[in-house]
Design a binder for this molecule. Structure first.
Ligand SMILES: [Zn+2]
Ligand SMILES: [Zn+2]
Length: 733
């Protein structure tokens, strides 16, 4: 099998991603060999995988390799197989013990927290100083038959922008085969100034916590489309005695590579600007779309195919321009236009040799990125998010979204919930558990427990809880806000004299030594509860249930083409006598492509803006906040409780509660025609679209349209029944 494709453009997967649609299908191993020279990938069938990888692969998850030559091989494999449950067990989540508000825009940055807590966040500015880089490569033909070739770095250029002043570096093979090492050592020197410029923009604040370790500063080194290829070239040169590398991403895609050097008090952070913009942009498009100077980038043409590692010096040393034949593209069997060639020859007159022209192109490519990157930094900062403090567009989007949730947050306001919550009632059961827990805690910490509170102190604690409030936030204790004993002196145990009452939240958050930051965290927590903002999940059953709810993908689109004013509206009709479905056009003509029908894409309903087709929660879709309750319907009582939530009158107004429920659903045959045009149950299902399953008409139609048939297919599908299975539903779906 041959596939003509440029291996640099192929989406690559890590070997840990595994997708098995149907375990009954035979799984075969295929070796993919990219051939750079002719831009093809060859696929070879492997009959014995263990021979190829020189070891035995775990047959369950294909992730562990065992050395068959090791004397303990059989024992190791046997003991691994005992515990190996297959690929599903590879990913395990660790949930929070307590619900925590989700505020990614400030959660990992103590400095930012301190500034927000002290109302000084306007002192902040975005990271404006950084470095861009790019490689040029040359093909190294290793095998004489032109079968094996490898790309080697030919030259490298970088541009540093420091307070809007650009300085560049350039190295190529003429500097020696270690030119990348030379470049990296120079890069660290330039980065000193970049770092200084960034540091001088950071406001000076004191964080009163002796355990606080400020982040090691990072200098961003940004490539264009570097995550797949350039980083792999660079990696082997980065691993040196004095450096340490932290790699994030898969084997073929570097999301972020952090390089630490023991001689420098900052790290270099290699990232790809493509992580910050929508996909499918060339450098030229990037500069033209995102730049502000209206620069039209001329096509940087350079005949990489006309020389190789063995003759590059001879070819590039020439002082004459490349001939037109040098630009001939063997793969696509075509050449550049006469106009482009003339332009090139004209440009070349400014340079002494082909090397100089290469250098010019290389430096131009790194400097032209700076203006569009500056613009991206600036528009991201309009939302007060520091682009170079993020690693992807998705992270920026998440930060902006959650920032809006906390838009009206005021550190000094009161977000205590007084009304509508029952006063906390002290029970003997609750108190006994507390007493036991405190003794365990104190014994574990080797504190004296002789004077500890006892089970007999029930009246004393009941009195305190009724009359006192949290000593940290002065909130009352309710069912939702249970009290805890906060010890005054940490060296003494839980005695009557050594206590203050505190909310569980305040007691946990207070662990932060800086008072301003503690106050901020307590206030953010209260604000999140007060405003029903998103909180993390701490219940495993809830987590698993919600995960099951997650459905994605494109729905089946029955109409391939809808023309305004021409296409008639198409509907379905079920005949329960002959058990067939008829698709028919009615007399009405399509005037607009609207949401929520099968003539358009379904996910458009997942937007928080007003939508009259959604009758629930006042025609708006709300995002879930924190978990308030979880229960299993085991008795008639609990079943009624669930019904009351689902059918609550408030479900149509803003007070409606969001819920997720696992139920069976079914639409009787008699009522199918009322729902057939918009089947209400959307599930991602895997089915085999064979002729028997989907019928001859659809089968042939799909085949003629080039769609996959006779294979298991995963599709977002709309159903009229859950077919006697329990499925997850939320308010909206
Ligand atoms: Zn295994
Ligand atoms: Zn409190």
């Amino acid at each position: 099998m041959k596939l003509k494709i440029n291996s640099r453009d192929v989406e690559q997967f890590s070997k840990f991603d595994e997708l098995i649609f149907d375990k009954d299908y035979l799984t075969v191993n295929v070796l993919l060999v990219p051939l750079q020279l002719i831009d093809e990938i060859h696929a070879m069938y492997i009959s014995d995988i263990d021979k190829v990888i020189n070891g035995k692969l775990c047959p369950n998850n294909y992730q562990m390799i065992f050395n068959t030559k090791n004397q303990n091989y059989k024992r190791d494999l046997a003991s691994h197989l005992k515990y190996c449950q297959g690929p599903e067990t590879a990913k395990q989540v660790k949930l929070d013990h307590l619900l925590k508000p989700y505020y990614p825009h400030i959660s990992n940055n103590k400095l930012l927290q301190k500034l927000v807590a002290t109302s000084q966040s306007d002192l902040l500015s975005p990271t404006l100083n950084y470095i861009t880089f790019d490689f040029e490569t040359v093909e190294n033909i290793i095998n004489e038959d032109n079968v094996l070739a490898q790309l080697e770095p030919l030259s490298v250029a970088s541009a540093a922008t420091i307070n809007d002043q650009i300085t560049t570096l350039y190295f190529d093979l003429r500097n020696g085969t270690d030119f990348i090492e030379q470049w990296i050592s120079q890069l660290f020197e330039v980065a000193i100034k970049v770092n200084e410029a960034n540091q001088s923009n950071i406001p000076e604040v004191q964080i009163k916590d002796k355990n606080y370790i400020p982040f090691k500063p990072q200098v961003s080194v940004i490539g264009f489309n570097s995550k797949k290829f350039d980083m792999n070239l660079l990696l082997k040169h980065l691993i040196k005695n004095k450096t340490k590398i932290q790699y994030m991403g898969s084997t073929t895609q570097a999301k972020q590579t952090i390089v630490s050097h023991q001689d420098y008090d900052f790290d270099l952070r290699f990232i790809d600007i493509l992580s910050f913009i929508p996909p499918n942009n060339t450098l030229k498009q990037f500069v033209e779309k995102f730049g502000t100077k209206g620069i039209k980038l001329t096509k940087g043409i350079f005949p990489h195919g006309s020389f190789n590692y063995d003759n590059y010096n001879l070819v590039l040393g020439l002082t004459t321009p490349f001939t037109k034949d040098d630009f001939y593209d063997k793969l696509n069997n075509k050449n550049i236009s006469n106009e482009d060639y003339e332009q090139y020859v004209n440009d070349f007159t400014n340079f002494e040799s082909r090397w100089e022209y290469l250098k010019h192109q290389n430096i131009r490519d790194v400097t032209c990125m700076i203006n569009p990157i500056n613009h991206l930094i600036q528009i991201t900062w309009e939302e007060k998010v520091d682009m170079l403090g993020c690693i992807s567009l998705a992270q920026i989007a998440s930060q902006i979204k959650y920032k809006y949730c906390y838009d009206k947050f005021d550190i000094n306001a009161s977000y205590n919930i007084v009304n509508g919550f029952d006063q906390f009632k002290v029970t003997q059961y609750w108190w006994n558990n507390k007493v036991k827990g405190y003794i365990n805690q104190d014994e574990f910490a080797k504190r004296d427990t002789i004077n500890n509170v006892t089970e007999d102190d029930i009246d004393w604690i009941r009195d305190k809880v009724t009359n006192e409030t949290c000593h940290l936030c002065h909130n009352k204790f309710t069912k939702e806000n249970k009290p805890t004993l906060d010890r005054i002196d940490n060296s003494i145990g839980h005695t009557k004299q050594n206590y203050q009452l505190a909310c569980q939240i305040c007691n946990t958050v207070k662990a932060d030594k800086d008072n301003d930051i503690s106050k901020l965290k307590i206030q953010l927590m209260k604000y999140a509860i007060h405003e029903h903002l998103p909180m993390t999940i701490n219940n495993e059953s809830v987590y698993n249930m919600l995960k099951e709810c997650m459905q994605g993908g494109l729905s089946n689109v029955y109409h391939q083409c809808n023309l305004k004013g021409i296409t008639h509206i198409n509907k379905l009709r079920y005949n329960h006598v002959i058990k067939t479905i008829t698709s028919y056009d009615n007399q009405h003509v399509v005037t607009h492509i609207l949401d929520l029908d099968f003539n358009s894409l379904y996910p458009s309903v997942f937007s928080g803006i007003f939508n009259k087709n959604n009758p629930y929660t006042n025609h708006q879709i709300y995002q879930a906040g924190g978990l308030t309750n979880y229960f299993k319907c085991t008795s008639n009582n609990s079943k009624q409780k669930a019904r009351d939530i689902i059918m609550n009158d408030d479900r149509f107004n803003d007070k409606g509660q969001l819920f997720c429920v696992k139920i069976k659903g079914h639409i009787d045959e008699k009522h199918i025609n009322s729902h057939i045009n918009l089947a209400p149950i959307c599930r991602k299902l895997t089915y085999n679209n064979s002729m028997e399953q989907i019928g001859e008409f659809m089968y042939n139609k799909m085949k003629s349209q080039g769609l996959t048939v006779d294979k298991p297919n995963t599709k977002l599908t709309s159903l009229l029944s859950t077919y006697n299975q329990f499925m997850c539903f939320t308010n909206y779906i």
